[in-house]
Ligand binder design. Structure first.
Ligand code: AHR
Length: 312
């Protein structure tokens, strides 16, 4: 039965210590290159507000030097935590060491760094980009499992040297290697933007008459490429099959119209997890070194069904 513990009178708890002091977070964003990035920025700004965290937000316009400058400014301003989404993977050790020496914890969001000294940051919150590339490749392998002729693939890479470009390339290549008929005939960066995606696709179409598949590392580049494909008198999704990554609203619209055949989701709504991690770090709690985002995949049919629910 239930045991009745003797009740003891407790005196009113002492006034809380200064633990609920205002937390200031310095955040260096990659830029505003894509619909994904816009949704990511919104998520970070909204959740900082909700969590009562003061956010110093800086946009690096896709330039590493701007991010390094922003991080140094945050160090001078003595913010409580620095978070950033590194535009490229390499070249961070010096500035991360400066933050460490200043006693300011750093959290990576969305993109990874290749620093071998993992004590330079508390955690990395974001997607598994290699897995995203594998998911794109797995769909393609299944689509063409009975192909008797070569399948010519062109690839629009993300920003050169960025974790999502490196990893989405690697995961995709790993999986399609199982079928030697699947051939990447051209692969070039479109910098994750619509304008560049369109421009590079135009060049691909000029150089190659027989493109079967486009693999774009994000929706925006796929959307730019769709304009180039249509301008060339071809039907996107039919004459050229299209796979992309992200799953932003405009990508979903194109998919529901059959212009994109398959979308691998990359979730931009990292704000709530980031603010939780910031609070935990300030309170000295142990947090996991890696926090992976949950995400799915969508065919044109799925996109049609999901479109009304898409928030970004
Ligand atoms: O790092 C995430 C990637 O960056 C997104 O997939 C892309 O759209 C964005 O620019």
């Amino acid at each position: 039965g239930a045991s009745t513990a003797p009740t003891t009178e407790t005196s009113a708890s002492p006034a809380p210590e200064q633990t609920d002091k205002q937390i200031t977070l310095g955040f260096s964003q990659v830029g505003a290159e894509s619909g994904w990035r816009t949704a990511n920025t919104q998520s970070i700004q909204d959740s900082a507000k909700e969590a009562g965290i003061e956010l110093k937000f800086s946009d690096a316009q896709q330039k590493q030097e701007n991010q390094i400058k922003a991080i140094r400014t945050f160090i001078q301003q003595k913010v409580d935590v620095i978070a950033f989404s590194p535009v490229v993977e390499s070249g961070w050790d010096t500035v991360l060491k400066e933050a460490k020496d200043a006693g300011i914890p750093v959290i990576l969001t969305d993109r990874a760094v290749d620093s071998s000294d993992t004590s330079l940051y508390e955690t990395f919150i974001g997607s598994d980009f290699v897995e995203e590339g594998r998911r794109a490749g797995t769909w393609l392998v299944e689509q063409y499992k009975d192909a008797s002729e070569d399948i010519n693939i062109v690839e629009l890479q993300g920003t050169t040297g960025s974790a999502p470009a490196n990893d989405r390339m690697a995961g995709f290549a790993e999986v399609i290697a199982s079928n030697p008929k699947l051939k990447i005939i051209a692969s070039q960066t479109g910098d994750f933007t619509r304008a560049k995606g369109k421009e590079v696709m135009q060049a691909f179409l000029k150089a190659h008459e027989d493109i079967d598949v486009l693999y774009a590392h994000n929706d925006d580049m796929a959307l730019g490429a769709i304009q180039a494909i249509e301008a060339a008198g071809l039907k996107p999704g039919v004459d050229i099959k299209i796979i992309s990554v992200d799953g932003v609203k405009d990508g979903f619209i194109a998919a529901s119209e059959g212009k994109i055949n398959f979308i691998v989701e990359c979730n931009p709504l990292l704000g709530p997890q980031l603010m939780q991690a910031v609070k935990d770090v300030v309170e000295g709690k142990e947090i996991p070194k890696r926090i992976v985002t949950e995400e799915g995949v969508f065919t044109s049919e799925d996109a049609k069904r999901e479109l009304p629910n898409r928030k970004y």
